[in-house]
Design a protein around this ligand. Structure first.
Ligand code: AMP
Length: 373
């Protein structure tokens, strides 16, 4: 049953990272209180929360404490303990449920659901052992990408395989979990559609982002994605279809490959606000974080509109010093830093959003700043 949660009540967030922080900031604007469960003391979300519960995500007593102080509970990342979340949903109000977390934690389950939703995906086979992979690999052929079914992110837990001789490179992946081997996709672009849905089934997608990765980590999102309208419609239709199939409540980021012949393939899902949707804070009439809060609090959703073209660039640990040295030169840049103290290489420390009237010029401005080169 959909419940309406009002300002003054407390939203519990599992996970204290930047996504939780931006959710919390959005919720606090309306006067909600925030409780966060996170194992580290000084987390990005903990810094802006009203109540901090510092414990592992599967700590029973901590989950009970979160249930006690929260009127509704959401999560900001998918690698939380499924069984713990399921138990939590019996003693607290968790409108998103636990099933989506279970599905998106496991590529095999996720692909099975995508097939059931009847959306296009790359050809794949699953294998529980390396020997099984060797036997089945011809069903996919080469080149292919072998991915662990569980626990991979930002290109970790995957290996591109170009020939039968190279297959051995994938053997160690089986130490982590079962794997899938997926046909290598010669995509022309990567895009993402962030779809958000409330308990009443009201569903909206944010404008489509075009994502540029560097070393498998998101570097830039350009909005709107530079694709034609027919393809954009296909992408939105696929995202809506997945959201309805999964009975989504909250946020689902749908990552897609764009193929030459104006087709899309769904790559993967994330059941939470997504890095490629950060641009919406400045560039839309509703951000992905505000909309997420509305969805989990049982409020009607707002139809998203893009004010203007925009580019979002990620700030990793190695970019912090040069960004700090030159950020005051750029009055049009909206700088977001997540309050992480240690600027490790490749750690997401923040992002910059630039509202643009000319994407090419904005990309050139980013290049010229030399912060990311
Ligand atoms: P994933 O963790 O599945 O999102 O993969 C991370 C990145 O690896 C994607 O954003 C793509 O750039 C690349 N990638 C993943 N799967 C494939 C594939 N089947 N073919 C080509 N590139 C891929």
């Amino acid at each position: 049953m959909t419940k309406v949660i009002y300002p003054g009540q407390t939203i519990g967030i599992i996970g204290g990272g930047q996504l939780g922080r931006m959710m919390a900031i959005a919720a606090k604007e309306a006067g909600f209180k925030i409780a966060v469960l996170e194992p580290t003391m000084d987390s990005p979300c903990g810094q802006v929360a009203d109540i901090r519960i510092v414990a592992p995500y599967d700590d029973e007593a901590a989950l009970e404490e979160l249930a006690e102080v929260s009127d509704v509970i959401t999560y900001e990342f998918e690698n939380i303990d499924y069984e713990g979340l399921k138990r939590l949903s019996q003693i607290a109000y968790v409108p998103q449920g636990a099933e989506l977390v279970k599905i998106t934690q496991d590529r095999i389950l996720e692909k099975t659901e995508l097939q059931a939703a009847d959306v296009p995906i790359a050809k794949f086979v699953e294998a529980s052992t390396f020997e099984e992979l060797e036997q089945r690999i011809d069903e996919v052929g080469f080149p292919c990408v072998v991915k662990t079914s569980r626990g991979g992110y930002d290109g970790k837990g995957q290996q591109t395989i170009r020939s039968k001789e190279e297959l051995i490179l994938a053997q160690s992946l089986f130490e982590h979990s079962a794997c899938i081997a997926e046909a290598f996709v010669s995509f022309t672009k990567e895009i993402s559609v962030i779809v958000q849905r409330n308990g009443e089934g009201q569903t909206y997608c944010l404008p489509i982002g075009e994502n540029i990765h560097v070393n498998h980590i998101l570097h830039e999102t350009i909005v709107p994605a530079r694709i034609d309208t027919t393809l954009a419609e296909k992408a939105i239709e696929a995202a809506n279809r997945i959201a309805n199939h999964l009975n989504l409540v909250g946020t689902l980021a749908v990552e897609m490959f764009v193929l030459d012949e104006e087709e899309i393939l769904i790559n993967e899902l994330a059941p939470r606000p997504h890095n490629s949707g950060h641009y919406s804070i400045e560039a839309c009439n509703i951000s992905q974080f505000h909309q997420h809060i509305r969805a989990v609090c049982g409020w009607p959703l707002r139809e998203p509109k893009l004010w203007t073209e925009t580019v979002m660039v990620n700030v990793l640990g190695q970019h912090i010093i040069s960004l700090t040295n030159s950020m005051t030169k750029y009055p049009n840049w909206s700088v977001h830093l997540y309050g992480k103290s240690e600027a490790k290489t490749n750690r997401k420390m923040g992002h910059v959003t630039i509202l643009s009237t000319n994407i090419e010029q904005t990309l050139e401005e980013i290049e010229q700043s030399k912060i990311w080169s």
